[in-house]
Ligand binder design. Structure first.
Ligand code: NAD
Length: 409
């Protein structure tokens, strides 16, 4: 099943529980605009290389479109379309005044030099600057892009349209970025994990947690949950996985990863096979690496009572049904990992107002928004007897649908 089919299945599940006219449904599914461009650059050796660039703008009924820019060999129309629509639902579920978009370049950034990455990024802006902008569509970092990429976009876009820091978020803190953005997705995950545990009558203190992925999302989530008293009993990254039943020393693990590039080889732990990591005994499972890792074949063996989705689309619809049937609570990606886009929104607000917030204010406003969004979704799920995922889609589709109808076609 492709990522777009997965999103449509979850959308369809929610739509069946709502009173949505077929004409509005079609309007909400179909992207507003899809842009596909040629990105040609001169490589360092003088040869010419040509790449495909994409920007899919899914919906803007609730505000300017917002979404990441991914540099990866697997980027294609289908993936970008699906991620753009997920952004529409994600911004709506946490009540941000945004729509959804996503973009990318089909390239392998690990084979490109920094100068080449700069050229490819500036060339993409040359091709799409007319369709993005602070009031139109605001890109952000995603897989293969980072704060430096956003700085180049800000600079190149400003050459066409004048000084425009608000055209992208996730910029370096020294160049109109926001304090607190780095840890924001992990902080949001921590907040919803604690709230969901409370609803299960459990405390975060002593809860046994497994985290798959130890990059930006996974490492901050592990650090913050460990700080809140949870026991991080296993973690994994692309190179392997490790476990320790009485809990890992996360600050020491972070230092190990900084010096070696992987969780593998962290002293006093046992190594775990990649496919075993997700089915080890624990209370909370946080998939924070890739899409589709919880599928039909392993969902029956998951031993967590709570799954909190750090990655986008880590659970296939088949696995989702199995987990639901087994009474395992899943906090869906569009809610659980929305902390990042929420602080991106704060960055955009600061840029538009020429202000810079203290980190404590960023964290505090993030906490309030995530807590309120979780409570809204949880209440809908409870009152209508549906999963948190279906409830999150119901809330999001309701908000986007209402805005669409009120604005008129
Ligand atoms: P990252 O590149 O910083 O880290 C990814 C981690 O996943 C790394 O530790 C990597 O080793 C690991 N990984 C890669 N392949 C793996 C595999 N086959 N098995 C196990 N681990 C593997 O990325 P990130 O920013 O942490 O994003 C992780 C996920 O969260 C992605 O799905 C991303 O779309 C999603 N997400 C990120 C943010 C954000 O703010 N960064 C926000 C929302 C959603």
């Amino acid at each position: 099943m492709t990522p777009a089919e997965m999103t449509e299945r979850f959308f369809g599940e929610a739509r069946r529980r709502m009173d949505l006219a077929p004409s509005i449904e079609r309007l909400l599914i179909m992207p507003k605009r899809e842009v596909r461009v040629q990105v040609a650059i001169e490589r360092d050796d003088g040869s010419i290389a040509t790449y495909l660039g994409f920007r899919v703008q899914h919906d803007n009924a609730r505000g300017p479109m917002k979404g990441g820019l991914r540099y990866h060999p697997h980027v294609d129309d289908d993936e970008v379309r699906s991620l753009a629509s997920l952004m529409t639902w994600k911004t709506a579920v946490v009540g941000l005044p945004y729509g959804g978009a996503k973009g990318g370049i089909q390239c392998d950034p690990t084979t490109l030099s920094t100068r080449e990455l700069e050229r490819i990024t500036r060339k993409l802006v040359d091709e799409i600057h007319d369709v993005i902008g602070p009031d139109t569509d605001i890109p952000a970092p995603d897989m293969g892009t980072n704060a430096q990429t956003m700085a180049w976009i800000f600079d190149q876009y400003s050459k066409y349209h004048g000084h425009s820091p608000a055209v992208v978020t996730g910029k370096p803190v020294d160049l109109y970025g926001s304090l607190g953005r780095d840890a924001a997705t992990g902080r949001g995950l921590q907040l919803v994990t604690e709230a969901a545990l409370r609803d299960l009558g459990r405390d975060v203190v002593g809860a046994r947690v497994i985290v798959q992925g130890f990059g930006n999302v996974g490492s901050h989530t592990a650090r913050l949950l460990h700080g809140a008293g949870a026991r991080i009993v296993a973690v994994g990254d692309v190179k392997g996985a490790i476990a320790k039943d009485d809990g890992l020393d996360v600050p020491a693990l972070l230092a190990h990863v900084k010096s070696t590039g992987s969780v593998v080889g962290f002293p006093d732990t046992r190594s775990v096979a990649a496919d075993e990591l997700l089915v080890l005994d624990c209370d909370v499972l946080v998939p924070a690496a890739l899409g589709g890792v919880l599928h039909r074949d392993n969902a029956r063996h998951v031993r967590a009572s709570l799954v909190v989705e750090g990655a986008n689309g880590p659970t296939t619809p088949e696995a989702d049904a199995v987990l639901h049937e087994r009474g395992i609570v899943v906090v869906p990606d569009i809610l659980a990992n929305a902390g990042g886009v929420t602080v991106s929104y704060f960055e955009w607000v600061q840029n538009l107002q020429h202000l810079s917030w203290a980190e404590a204010r960023v964290d505090d406003e993030l906490q309030q928004r995530m807590a309120a969004s979780y409570a809204t979704v949880r209440d809908v799920a409870k009152s209508k007897g549906m999963s948190l995922r279906t409830a999150a889609f119901v809330v999001a589709i309701g908000r986007v649908g209402k805005a669409t109808v009120m604005r008129g076609i």
